[in-house]
Design a protein around this ligand. Structure first.
Ligand code: GDP
Length: 332
């Protein structure tokens, strides 16, 4: 049973057939497990509610369901489970025959939509690391087509499914989760706007606002994201965390103890690019990519950053005040 307090938090459900990769995704994205270690994970056979709110800025929960859950079982309380859920991520193993998974997807969407028509449906076409590019595109097209046909058959052609090609062996899983989470952040346009203002006034090329623990970016400026820049920024976060875990001051009261709003880091690459990281608060960090010559005016950048940080703080203070109004999903 969810307590009243938990009902206020946007919730992400992770579902899919057994062995599709749900536990691995959860461990890799939210618990820093290395992809190879997931080979030894026990298969999920109960509902696991993983509350990552304590260490992560993004307040959401992952409910990991066993693949073979039966919606018609009276003990399955779909009102509670789908009622307060913001996004439903359905994982399909693309390396396997996916007919069964598609059947289950149709049942799941039908059931969930009936309970809560505000849910965002996200399909992860997963384990694509094992597929060549042609086959990857072909399966995406095929799954897209068949899933939408199935929905039309069930009279739900107006329900929108978003598709993402994912793998835990590269950054695609983080990218996909970033997109999923961003849809659940009501202040996203404001954050993007603030990032646009920051970069245009500071000679920055690209800026990401990261949830440090999960390496999900909760917002970026409106220039296109290229995977390489995102990967560079993720790697930078890993480096900074590692270094601060070794040399940082330990404060027992917070989980990511070596991280605070004074932290910053600078990495110069040998192609004339600078990566600059600044802490926004104990969960969020801003990571920027810029040309080395533009970094000579570091004072301007730092000043603009402080204005940016103030603005972000205000945005989220407002969020806390109106949280009740904003994040209780309406249910039928
Ligand atoms: P669950 O039953 O849905 O929780 O599935 P698991 O997380 O236990 O994963 C089943 C198997 O799939 C494990 O052996 C994982 O190592 C493997 N796996 C998960 N994600 C990926 C991926 O992106 N690529 C590949 N190649 N294997 C994966």
């Amino acid at each position: 049973n969810t307590s009243l307090q938990e009902d206020h938090k946007p919730r992400i459900l992770l579902m899919g057939l057994r062995r599709s990769g749900k536990s691995s995704i959860q461990k890799v994205v939210f618990h820093k497990m290395s992809p190879n270690e997931t080979l030894f994970l026990e298969s999920t056979n109960k509902i696991v509610k993983d509350d990552i709110n304590n260490s992560s800025f993004v307040q959401f929960q992952i409910w990991d369901f066993p693949g073979q859950i039966d919606f018609f079982d009276p003990t399955f309380d779909s009102d509670t489970i789908f009622g307060g859920c913001g996004a439903l991520v359905f994982v399909i193993d693309a390396q396997d025959d996916y007919q069964d998974a598609l059947d289950k997807l149709q049942q799941t969407v039908t059931k969930a939509y009936r309970v809560n028509n505000n849910i965002k449906f996200e399909v992860f076409i997963h384990k694509v690391d094992g597929l060549n590019d042609d086959y990857k595109m072909e399966s995406q097209r095929d799954i897209h087509h068949r899933a939408n046909d199935d929905l039309a058959e069930a009279g739900l052609e107006h329900v929108h499914l978003s598709f993402h090609l994912t793998s835990i062996y590269d950054h695609s899983i983080f990218e996909a989760f970033s997109k999923v989470v961003q849809k659940l952040i009501p202040q996203l346009p404001t954050l993007e706007n603030l990032l646009n203002i920051l970069i245009s006034n500071s000679g920055i090329e690209k800026a990401f606002l990261f949830d440090v623990v999960s390496k999900i970016y909760i917002a970026t400026d409106s220039s296109p994201v290229d995977m390489q820049s995102y990967e560079l920024c993720c790697d930078m976060i890993d480096v900074v965390i590692d270094i601060s875990c070794i040399y940082g001051m330990v404060d027992e009261t917070v989980e990511i103890n070596t991280f605070n709003n004074q932290s910053s880091s600078l990495i110069k690459l040998n192609n004339g690019t600078v990566l600059y990281l600044r802490e926004v608060n104990k969960f969020l960090a801003l990571v920027c990519i810029l040309r080395e010559e533009n970094f000579q005016k570091q004072g301007v950048i730092d000043y603009n950053f402080l204005c940016f940080r103030d603005a972000i703080t205000q945005v989220f203070e407002l969020r806390n005040k109106c949280q009740n109004a904003l994040s209780i999903p309406r249910t039928r």
